[in-house]
Ligand binder design. Sequence first.
Ligand SMILES: Nc1ncnc2c1ncn2[C@@H]1O[C@H](COP(=O)(O)OP(=O)(O)OP(=O)(O)O)[C@@H](O)[C@H]1O
Ligand SMILES: [Mg+2]
Length: 260
Amino acid sequence: MSYIKIEAITKSYHDRRSAPRKNSDKSNEIRVLDNINLEFKEGEMVCILGPSGCGKSTLLRMIAGFDSPTSGQVTIHDKAVTGPSDNNIFVFQHSGLLPWMTVWDNVILGVRHLPEEEKNERAQEYIDIVDLSGFEHHYPHQLSGGMLRRAELARAVAVQPEMLIMDEPFSGLDFLTHMKIREELVNMHEFLGQSMLIVTHDIDDALIMGDRIIVLSSRPSQVKLERTLSFDRPRDLSKIPELSELRDELYFMLGVSYAV
Ligand SMILES: Nc1ncnc2c1ncn2[C@@H]1O[C@H](COP(=O)(O)OP(=O)(O)OP(=O)(O)O)[C@@H](O)[C@H]1O
Ligand SMILES: [Mg+2]
């Protein structure tokens, strides 16, 4: 059964520099998404790739209920999405931490409904996982870009939500933290079976993590490729010929003539 259904979604924005003369005037309309149809199964980890500006963040925001489509609809468990829900946690492309709260308070916020002891244990567990022990009482402006990212991930995964929606979760992370958090997300997915929707620019991330890969075309964006990856994890790309071939195909599709 499908958990999320995206049916015939289109999204257009107006270029505010020149207001339309009439409501019917579409000359300054920017069409971002063009008839997107997708379905996600419960517990699936889906990675979305596509060129910059094609509408990946826009699509995630509509699934999370922060934005609405111009036409078409998004349903979760057969109910139309009309706003954000507690069951979904969104990791923003840019920091979504509350600047007036410490790392500890930001993480606690998501699990505030838990009993005191469990709440504190959960917050500490995830702060430790992202290697921020010792920085619990720092405010976001006192952290580096990579630390901000890690704090944000701790906040999101500590909630153990039904679905994690992540917009470039690894951007700004150093190589080792990137690997570590990617591994942690894969483990979490194996053990907790959460649905995860991840936008990434990193083709290897998508190949290593995804149950399915979706590639969007440039704007106005359509689904260019959908591929199911039924390989056990952890995956060593160099030892799975199908994934190495798909890697080359994806690089080519995204405009790079040879894979590095
Ligand atoms: N609120 C908005 N008002 C007007 N235009 C917008 C708005 N949000 C996004 N856009 C436009 O929609 C298009 C898609 O933006 P979006 O942020 O979804 O792209 P993206 O695929 O996530 O890009 P990137 O990979 O660079 O993050 C862009 O042309 C952007 O300028
Ligand atoms: Mg984006």
